[in-house]
Design a protein around this ligand. Structure first.
Ligand code: NAP
Length: 318
C-alpha cells in the first residue's frame, strides 16, 4: 500500500509518498480502507519538528474515514464493511490503509460522505470539548468564535447553533465570512478589521460569555476586555507568546482555560463521540469540505492549510 512518510523534520516537501507494508490488525484493532483523510494544522507542526522526540520515519495523521476491511479476533461490535471515521490511529492516517484500535473507529451514517467523515475527529471533537467540556456552555449564552472559517470554527458554529447559543463569528476572508453566515452564525465580523473589537462590544454590550480562540497569541489580550462577568476564554490555538492585562480577567471573575484534545480522558472522549454521532444522525452536524486533494499531493495540502483564508476543511483522497 502507499502512504506518506516523513524521514526528517522540515518543510512540506519532506512528505513523501512511498510503498509500505500493509498493517495487520491486532486483537483489539481494525484495519480500514481509507477513502478520505483529514488534514489538520497539528500535522504541520509535527512535520516541522515541534516534537523532536517523535520517532522517524513516521506516517502523519489521526483522522480518516473509510470501510473496515479486517478486524482483530476480540472485536465484535464493528463489522467488516462498516463505514467508520477514526479518532486516532496506530499507523498514522495519511495512507491507503489505516490501522486503529476498535475504540477509535466510530460509526459513519450513510448520509455522511467519507470526506465529511475525515473532517470529524480533530475539528469536531475539539469544538465540542471547547464548548461543553471546558467552556461549560449554557443554552442562551453568547459565544464569540474567533476564527470560525476553518475546521474547528465551522464545527463550533454547528455545535453551538444546535445547542441554542447566540453566535458571533469571525473570519478573515469574504468566502470564510459567507460560510460562517450560511452555517448559522447570528453575526459575522472580519477579524482583520481594526474595529472588530468595537463591533463585538456593540453586539454584546454586557460582554460575551465564551470565546473560542483560534489565535490567542494575537487576540488574548483583547479577548479579556470582551468578556461578560464570569466569562471564559477557551484557548484552542496559539502560535506564539502574548501579553495580557490580568486585571481585565480580575474585573470580570473571568477564566482563561486552555484545551488540548489529546488530554481528554477515555470517558470524555467516549462522551464526545457519542454526542458527535448523535449530531450526524439528526442532521445538525454537516462537515464542510473546502478542498479534496490527492494523497500524493499532501505537501500542497500542508501549504494550503497554513496559508489562511480558510472556508471549511481540507481532506486528502488516497
Ligand atoms: P484551520 O482550518 O487552518 O483554520 C484556522 C482558523 O484560524 C481560520 O478560521 C482562520 O481564519 C483563523 N484565524 C486566522 N487569523 C486569525 C485571527 N487573527 N484571529 C482569529 N482567528 C484567526 O485550523 P483549525 O483546524 O480550525 O484549527 C484552528 C487552530 O486551533 C489551529 O491553530 C490549530 O493548531 C488549533 N487546534 C488546537 C487543538 C487543541 O487540541 N488545542 C485542536 C485542533 C486545532 P481566516 O482563515 O478566515 O483568517
Amino acid at each position: 500500500m502507499k502512504a506518506i512518510r516523513v524521514h526528517q523534520f522540515g518543510g512540506p516537501e519532506v512528505l513523501q509518498l512511498e510503498e509500505v507494508r500493509e498493517p495487520k490488525p491486532g486483537l483489539t484493532q481494525v484495519l480500514i480502507r481509507a477513502r478520505a483523510i483529514g488534514v489538520n494544522p497539528v500535522e504541520t507542526y509535527l512535520r516541522s519538528g515541534s516534537n523532536p522526540k517523535l520517532p522517524l520515519p513516521y506516517t502523519p495523521g489521526t483522522d480518516a474515514a473509510g470501510e473496515v476491511i479486517e478486524r482483530g479476533a476480540a472485536v465484535h461490535d464493528i463489522a467488516v464493511g462498516a463505514r467508520v471515521y477514526t479518532s486516532d490511529t496506530v499507523s498514522g492516517s495519511y495512507g491507503e490503509w489505516v490501522l486503529c484500535e476498535a475504540t477509535d473507529a466510530h460509526h459513519l451514517p450513510d448520509k455522511i460522505t467519507f470526506a465529511q467523515g475525515a473532517a470529524m475527529n480533530i475539528p469536531y471533537a475539539t469544538a465540542y470539548r471547547a464548548l461543553f467540556q471546558r467552556g461549560q456552555a449554557i443554552p442562551g449564552e453568547t459565544v464569540l468564535i474567533h476564527g470560525a472559517s476553518g475546521g474547528v470554527g465551522t464545527a463550533a458554529i454547528q455545535l453551538a447553533r444546535a445547542a441554542g447559543l447566540r453566535i458571533i463569528a469571525t473570519a478573515g476572508s469574504t468566502p470564510g465570512r459567507a460560510l460562517a453566515q450560511e452555517l448559522g452564525a447570528h453575526h459575522v465580523i472580519d477579524h482583520h478589521s481594526p474595529d472588530a473589537a468595537a463591533q463585538v462590544q456593540k453586539l454584546a454590550p454586557q460582554g460575551v460569555n465564551i470565546i473560542l480562540e483560534m489565535l490567542a497569541n494575537v487576540n488574548l489580550g483583547q479577548d479579556l476586555t470582551l468578556l461578560a462577568r464570569h466569562g471564559r476564554v477557551i484557548v484552542i490555538g496559539s502560535r506564539g507568546k502574548v501579553e495580557i492585562d490580568a486585571r481585565e480577567a480580575m474585573k470580570r471573575d473571568a477564566d482563561i482555560r486552555g484545551i488540548m484534545l489529546f488530554l481528554a480522558t477515555p470517558e470524555e472522549k467516549a462522551a464526545i463521540h457519542a454526542a458527535l454521532g448523535a449530531g450526524l444522525e439528526n442532521g445538525s452536524l454537516r462537515p464542510v469540505i473546502s478542498r479534496e486533494i490527492p494523497l500524493a499531493q499532501a505537501a500542497e495540502a500542508h501549504r494550503l492549510i497554513m496559508a489562511g483564508g480558510a472556508a471549511g476543511k481540507i481532506v486528502l483522497t488516497p
